[in-house]
Design a protein around this ligand. Structure first.
Ligand SMILES: [Zn+2]
Length: 379
């Protein structure tokens, strides 16, 4: 057996590491960063704080914040125009998954000028991503996506009406600055939903096929951290230990899912694109049912997920029950019809879940009838 491992990038972690941002940019030779953030975060003081921090260090900063929850190709191109107009020399991506993905795509766009679809990873577009890109520093303000340590970005191509996955090791942030204090102000609801995304990354990585004991070790440890600390972070946003452990578990999730994702994400993606359910909540809703489904293929691994979450029942069912108990404690619903999924959408959900690439490394093969049964179990 031969395999190649590459562990991701420089990670600065801890309360106050944001203060190191100017020095990190200086070490890259950057003097004119473009700060990429989104509309939601712009309603908080955080982008202005970061801008002021950079300006105090003598850097010339421009801000681009026209990024939606599902960033589009037009927004990416507008961001690249801002980069050029400012004569920027680095991107600082600040926020949740959306601005971090937009920042990666803007960084790509500076020297890659074909229509964005040409770089679609599903069509071999990664081979077209060449040469050094402008350096990117990623600063997460949620604990869920882990995009600060991943090499991909998901962008909606409006004309094609679909999402394109951009993937290249060159898109990996040069530095991830993970400062838990930036998550203290996150509302309980967003803390719960994004935290379940972090859990799903770790669970899917741990269960996915493929040989990656390093990713497995990271994933099962982070599952235990979410089990121990998500409740506390939701109950008290200023619980420093809980915020720190959740941000680390989120970063670990994206390191681990280099190994692969699975059926939960294939179920969740159409719930977002067809029914408008947030990504974290969609994962949360489907996770117990996916664990029961996968228990037939990898019962020991599913049982280990349950033990890591603190389940007293050491059977595979203990894992599904532990997730359901966690969902109840963090105040998330468990039924699709309660989050706006319509009866008439089932066929489209099944169709799109089947087309989704994530279940390719799920431990149990998924047929359309399986997706239908899984959606119905959560209906
Ligand atoms: Zn996810």
């Amino acid at each position: 057996m031969k395999t190649r491992f590459k562990f991701p990038t420089q990670i600065l972690f801890g309360e106050g590491v944001l203060d190191d941002l100017p020095a990190e940019l200086a070490a890259m030779g950057a003097e004119r960063p473009l700060l990429v953030t989104d509309q939601g975060l712009s309603r908080t003081p955080i982008p202005d704080q970061v801008k002021a921090l950079l300006e105090r260090a003598g850097l010339q900063v421009a801000v681009f914040s026209a990024v939606d929850p599902n960033p589009t190709d037009a927004q990416v191109d507008a961001g690249a125009d801002s980069f050029r107009a400012h004569q920027a020399d680095a991107v600082v991506a600040l926020g949740g998954g959306s601005p971090m993905d937009a920042g990666k795509a803007i960084q790509l766009r500076i020297h890659h000028l074909e229509p964005l679809e040409a770089y679609d990873d599903l069509k071999g577009g990664d081979a077209k991503i060449v040469g050094p890109l402008p350096p990117l520093v990623a600063i997460p303000t949620t604990a869920g996506t882990g995009s600060e340590v991943s090499r991909s970005a998901v962008i909606t191509v409006a004309a094609a009406g679909r999402k394109v996955v951009l993937f290249s090791p060159r898109m990996m942030p040069a530095v991830a600055i993970c400062d838990p204090t930036l998550t203290y102000g996150l509302p309980a609801r967003i803390t719960a939903e994004t935290g379940m995304d972090a859990l799903s990354h770790n669970v899917e990585a741990y269960l996915s096929t493929g040989y990656h004991p390093m990713a497995d070790g990271i994933a099962i440890t982070a599952i235990g951290m979410v089990g121990a600390f998500l409740r506390r972070a939701v109950a008290d946003g200023k619980d420093e230990q809980a915020r720190r452990e959740m941000l680390m578990a989120s970063t670990m999730g994206a390191v681990a899912f280099q190994k692969g994702l699975g059926v939960i994400h294939s179920l969740a993606h159409p719930l977002s694109s067809v029914s408008g359910v947030s990504h974290g909540l969609a994962n949360a809703l489907m996770m117990p049912h996916a664990l029961r489904f996968n228990a037939q293929a990898v019962p020991e691994r599913v049982a280990a997920v349950g033990r890591a979450l603190g389940a007293k029942d050491a059977s595979p069912e203990g894992a599904a029950a532990a997730v359901e108990a966690l969902l109840a404690k963090i105040g998330l619903t468990q039924r699709l019809t309660e989050v706006g999924v319509q009866d008439g959408q089932l066929a489209e959900l099944v169709d799109k879940a089947m087309q989704d690439g994530c279940h390719g490394c799920n431990p149990r093969a998924c047929a359309p009838a399986d997706f239908e049964a899984l959606f119905k179990a959560a209906w």
